[in-house]
Design a protein around this ligand. Sequence first.
Ligand SMILES: NC(=O)C1=CN([C@@H]2O[C@H](COP(=O)(O)OP(=O)(O)OC[C@H]3O[C@@H](n4cnc5c(N)ncnc54)[C@H](O)[C@@H]3O)[C@@H](O)[C@H]2O)[C@@H](O)CC1
Ligand SMILES: Nc1ncnc2c1ncn2[C@@H]1O[C@H](COP(=O)(O)OP(=O)(O)OP(=O)(O)O)[C@@H](O)[C@H]1O
Ligand SMILES: [Mg+2]
Length: 298
Amino acid sequence: MDEEALSLMKTIVPALTSKKHKGQDGRIGILGGCQEYTGAPYFAAIAALKVGADLSHVFCTRDAATVIKSYSPELIVHPVLDGPNAVEEMDKWLPRLHSLVVGPGLGRDEALLKTAKEVIEKSKARDIPIVIDADGLWLVAQQPSVIQGYQKAILTPNFMEFTRLYEALHHEPMDSSDPRRSVMQLSAALGNLTVVLKGEQDLITDGRKVLSCNLRGSGRRCGGQGDLLSGSLGVLAHWAFTSTAHSKSVSPSMLAAFGACSLTKQCNSQAFQQHGRSTTTSDMIQEIGSAFKKLFES
Ligand SMILES: NC(=O)C1=CN([C@@H]2O[C@H](COP(=O)(O)OP(=O)(O)OC[C@H]3O[C@@H](n4cnc5c(N)ncnc54)[C@H](O)[C@@H]3O)[C@@H](O)[C@H]2O)[C@@H](O)CC1
Ligand SMILES: Nc1ncnc2c1ncn2[C@@H]1O[C@H](COP(=O)(O)OP(=O)(O)OP(=O)(O)O)[C@@H](O)[C@H]1O
Ligand SMILES: [Mg+2]
């Protein structure tokens, strides 16, 4: 456990006071959710709320919207992604968002990926933190320039997604015997934005320094844990970038990524202690409150 990163994380958690209005602790957007995948954007959006965001918006296709709404009354769901004016519709909301998570359950439909690309461009122009996960990483592997060099971008690939990105950027197979080196190389090739390679140990880098999150999770690898991570990261990135506490050694993106990785593994560990082999991501979501308190508020 990186003690310095952990104690820095504690300093970016906003105080709960009666002086704030709704929205100040985070209005987070999730771009994803299509006919096949409705769980992934739900997990990301509800995780953002459970971590402490005030409002969580999902931007998805029309047929996914009713399904996602029915999982939770707490989410604001916009059925815009496959509509005729998807980018304009999203652009109305961007000024109100503190960060955007692109990709959970987005799918790989060409038209949806084109919309995602244009929304990323508009979000960059607004200088908001952008987390790219899942099918958003598929888009980056096809067109790296969409995110290259944007310092407020954080990419959260699983092993497969990482390999795809690496090969797209380096035009050669990855040397999997040295993941630290590979993850630094990928970050550097993308202009030193933050890359998180998820695995038994999560590796977090900006191409110069590597933080590793080696909390013990469990042996349970159910789907959706990465969505919990990217949704949590949406909020933590907002907190890290707006915090007045500064560190020379750990950038806001690296710090937020370290926080989200630690939190996800802690949730996995706690849920596993209760549910063992039957642990699912919904069980992990129920652990967010106590895992957060244990890691960052004690
Ligand atoms: N309930 C849901 O709606 C869920 C939807 N999901 C969505 O499903 C879509 C595809 O996501 P995938 O994660 O399947 O992406 P990919 O289609 O790129 O597949 C990744 C594959 O890599 C394999 N893999 C992972 N780690 C590996 C390792 N260390 N070594 C070898 N193979 C490894 C996995 O078995 C998986 O099949 C995304 O839109 C994603 O958000 C997932 O997030 C899971 C939950
Ligand atoms: N071998 C492993 N041992 C322990 N933890 C792991 C292992 N592989 C992944 N994890 C953890 O699981 C979480 C999700 O990572 P994973 O690689 O499963 O993402 P993903 O494939 O994107 O998930 P999702 O199903 O949500 O798309 C992260 O917290 C990561 O640290
Ligand atoms: Mg994933």
